[in-house]
Design a protein around this ligand. Sequence first.
Ligand code: SAH
Length: 250
Amino acid sequence: MTTQPIAFIGAGPGDPELITLKGRRLLDEADLIIYAGSLVNKDLLTGLTSEIHDSASLNLDQIIELIRDGFAAGKKIVRLHTGDPAIYGAIREQMQRLQKHHIPYTVVPGVSSATAAAAALQVELTVPEITQTVILTRQAGRTPVPEKESLKKLAAIQASMCIFLSVSMIESVVGELMAGGYPADTPIAVVEKASWPEQRIIRGDLSDIASKVQEGGIKKTAMILVGQALNEEPDTVSKLYDKRFSHEYR
Ligand code: SAH
């Protein structure tokens, strides 16, 4: 019997077309799929005849047990995570357990909600002469964030920031960003359910975004993007396409 490594797959942000070809193929071929129920679009599973489990109701031990038993039985197994599994995917604890059991695995990347939100806003996060850095982070919640990387400290860098898991705390997010040095007129946007049919976009600046988000009733599954790169003023155009810039670098 040939056994295949467990595949941790990034499902993408929601739109079923935003999964990689490799991820799609492995899903189609799988005998057993364990998916992260709350955020993975179930349309990805339509028409599959495999055994399918929603991990929302399972703890880590139960997930590992399912994988172990399936692997021992020679099943092709997919563990489907939202967005890209490397970002707030909680895959590390699963991979460590699989290592202990000598079960091989691979990771297939996915489109993160951070880049899906940037696509929805039609922005480039790395604009020459404005910022060349993107920070992926979150506000501290039930999971603590090390003090040296608090939003206030990161704000001092004035990069483009993609803030996950924090929209329910939008007021304190804004407070920390301003305390850290972003001016009140810094552009900020919230994208709820990026790439889903019900996607919603709220744009503003640091002075008004919290009240707009509260009015809109956005409480979860939303990405906060902030920084001058979101500024739509035409004079912030990339120097790369400036006539005087050598073509070699294009
Ligand atoms: N691995 C995922 C992130 C999982 S953490 C990824 O790469 O996207 C869950 C958080 O991701 C949510 O709280 C929200 O901030 C963000 N998120 C996930 N899907 C989203 C979507 N479709 N639109 C906006 N934000 C989303």
